[in-house]
Design a protein around this ligand. Structure first.
Ligand SMILES: NC(=O)c1ccc[n+]([C@@H]2O[C@H](COP(=O)([O-])OP(=O)(O)OC[C@H]3O[C@@H](n4cnc5c(N)ncnc54)[C@H](OP(=O)(O)O)[C@@H]3O)[C@@H](O)[C@H]2O)c1
Length: 324
């Protein structure tokens, strides 16, 4: 038992330290590069040359105009993919120790107020950094912002204004504090993924016709459906507790009749929609990371419910109705 705790502490400490170091180095270089790039006018007709009018998948063409920025974008993609693998491996072993799984694993650092930690970890990169990098990227590349890019920016902000500013205020958390390590383990990856996605949608030369492409139409629809499911499920969970309460109850009604974590299902659908609507590798890697984080956690929530409540509905699945 003690050796498991020690090895878990060591491995989470190492992974947080490594990702923090990588993040600091890369982020400093990215921001230096974004703000020192010489202006290069890239024609927005680049997209028209792509097959079917679809934008190139891996790297937005205007970024290619700047060698250093292109390499950094690719490096961030690789780091993002590595973080997805690390997150999956660590969550398969044991759930991240917050909420109902808090007592199972040790974590380092002082305790910080949970509302504040969630607000900073989501609001700073998800809203402040994203908006700043979006504007700085197209300005430094000498691009005219596209209408589609602006619409995608609004989708992203619609989610993160809620996640960073509203959700932490209204949620009825069980524990009022969490270890600093957990705050950082949310802040560091989100900063990397917000950087990637802001660079991508600011630089991608979407034509107005992108609005009527199946990528955008299906993607935006999925985003909206996932957004509503996620908010609806989080609200239902909130109402299970009186203000100040800490107990858990069996959630009932709506999608909770079919799965234990409809809020995670909604979140996943939303980011799959984002990948489609943006059609960028940045969106895809971020969605992989979200899946690597939420799928194992949904399994752990489901097992926890089954252990905790003897009358837990048998037909309910973990994340995907009728399936898993
Ligand atoms: N994009 C990502 O990578 C990512 C990662 C994690 C979370 N999220 C999103 O962030 C939101 C919150 O995530 P979470 O992991 O905290 O979700 P969660 O485990 O479902 O908990 C949400 C809130 O509801 C409470 N709660 C959950 N089940 C309850 C029950 N049966 N009875 C009473 N209260 C209950 C929790 O209490 P406790 O405070 O006691 O836990 C917590 O305050 C979700 O919308 C999720 O999709 C996104």
């Amino acid at each position: 038992m003690i050796s498991t705790m020690i090895s878990t502490t060591i491995s989470t400490t190492i992974s947080t330290t490594i990702s923090t170091t990588i993040f600091t180095t890369v982020f400093m270089t990215v921001s230096t590069s974004v703000f020192t790039t010489s202006s290069t006018i890239v024609p927005t007709s680049t997209l028209d040359a792509a097959p079917g009018g679809a934008p190139p998948w891996l790297i937005p063409p205007p970024l290619l105009a700047d060698d250093q920025l292109a390499r950094l974008y690719l490096a961030l993609l690789a780091i993002g993919a590595a973080l997805a693998v690390i997150s999956l491996a660590s969550q398969m072993r044991a759930p991240t120790p917050y909420g109902r799984h808090a007592s199972r694993e040790p974590a380092w650092g002082p305790q910080v107020p949970r509302r504040l930690a969630h607000a900073l970890a989501n609001g700073l990169p998800g809203v402040g950094l994203f908006l700043w990098l979006y504007i700085a990227t197209y300005q430094s590349l000498g691009l005219t912002p596209t209408v589609v890019g602006g619409a995608l920016l609004l989708l992203w902000l619609a989610h993160f204004v809620h996640r960073g500013l509203v959700h932490p205020l209204v949620t009825r958390y069980g524990a009022r504090a969490l270890p600093l390590e957990l705050g950082l383990s949310a802040l560091v990856p989100l900063t990397i993924f917000a950087t990637l996605n802001a660079l991508a949608i600011a630089a991608m030369p979407y034509p107005d016709a992108w609005f009527s492409s199946p990528y955008f139409l299906i993607g935006a629809l999925l985003f909206a459906v996932g957004f509503v499911l996620n908010r609806h499920a989080d609200r239902a969970l909130r109402q299970l507790r009186p203000p100040g309460g800490r107990d858990y109850a069996i959630p009932r009604g709506g999608l909770f009749e079919w799965v234990s974590s409809p809020n995670y299902l909604g979140e996943l659908i939303m980011w799959i929609g984002w990948s489609l609507a943006t059609w960028t590798a940045a969106g895809a890697v971020w969605t992989l990371y979200v899946a690597a984080t939420l799928v194992p956690r949904a399994r752990d929530h489901h097992l926890w419910y089954q252990e905790r409540f003897s009358d837990y509905p048998a037909r309910r699945r973990a994340l995907i109705p009728f399936t898993w």
